[in-house]
Design a binder for this molecule. Structure first.
Ligand SMILES: Nc1ncnc2c1ncn2[C@@H]1O[C@H](COP(=O)(O)OP(=O)(O)OP(=O)(O)O)[C@@H](O)[C@H]1O
Length: 233
């Protein structure tokens, strides 16, 4: 699903340049649930932004579902991103004056879905994340965990093949974090490929594979032998 090879990325800062990704090779198959770990500044978000087609690498190749991303023009890249990728953020990024239902439906509007289908999909994904009864509520009437569930429903509504989650539990208490990871595991059980950036080891243990970054290189890539489930945490 995701194949990257020899990926490099530097940020220019005045006369200096900061080499953040230094030759990343990573192959993620359809249906994997992978966490990306590493200390602050190791390049996790930079890598996730490139995988999410929000930023470009300086060097190396990135194939998403067999398509070399470099060859897409801006319009094609945006279409491809909308179709294949869903995003989940630490800070939820919900629109405060829109209801949970409208937050989930909004990206579908921009993707040109007719109103009926937008509402059907938004309702069914809110139900999937356990929030059918909260459709008419505004974000500030929801708990942190509920907000993240709305954000997950929004990411799923356009049925992307890959979900990219940047510290999805970073703003949540421990119990709520495990509940959100439990939902992420269930979504992965349906066959969706998911990448989770996290600082927390117990969260990474709820994924199937852990990729460890240090100073812009992968220093470890391991299969989780005993994946933690909600019942055992
Ligand atoms: N747009 C930018 N311009 C300049 N430097 C940047 C930019 N984005 C990130 N950096 C720098 O690149 C390095 C890697 O940042 P990145 O956000 O990828 O790390 P991270 O592993 O996600 O860190 P954290 O866990 O703190 O979010 C850091 O030193 C950061 O300051």
């Amino acid at each position: 699903m995701i194949e990257i090879s020899n990926l490099h990325k530097s940020y220019k800062m005045g006369a200096n340049s900061l080499h953040v990704l230094k030759g990343i090779n990573l192959d993620i198959k359809e249906g994997e649930l992978v966490s990306i770990m590493g200390s602050s500044g190791s390049g996790k978000s930079t890598l996730l932004n490139i995988l999410g087609m929000l930023d470009e690498a300086d060097e190396g190749s990135y194939m998403l579902d067999g398509v070399p991303i470099k060859n897409l023009n801006e319009k094609k890249a945006a279409q491809y991103r909308n179709k294949f990728l869903g995003f989940i953020f630490q800070s939820f990024n919900l629109i405060s004056y829109k209801t949970a239902l409208d937050n989930v439906a909004l990206p579908l509007y921009y993707q040109g879905f007719p109103r009926n289908e937008r509402m059907d999909r938004a309702n069914s994904y809110l139900e999937k994340v356990g929030l059918a009864d909260w459709a008419g509520h505004l974000p500030n009437e929801l708990s942190g965990g509920q907000k993240q569930r709305v954000a997950i429903a929004r990411a799923l509504a356009s049925d992307p093949k890959v979900l990219l989650a940047d510290e999805p539990t970073g703003a949540l208490d421990t119990k709520t974090s495990y509940e959100v990871m439990d939902l992420i595991q269930k979504i992965n059980d349906d066959g969706r490929t998911i990448l989770v950036v996290t600082h927390e080891h117990d969260i990474a243990q709820m994924t199937k594979r852990i990729v460890n970054l240090k100073d812009g290189v992968i220093i470890e890539d391991t299969v989780v032998s005993q994946i933690r489930a909600m019942e055992n945490v």
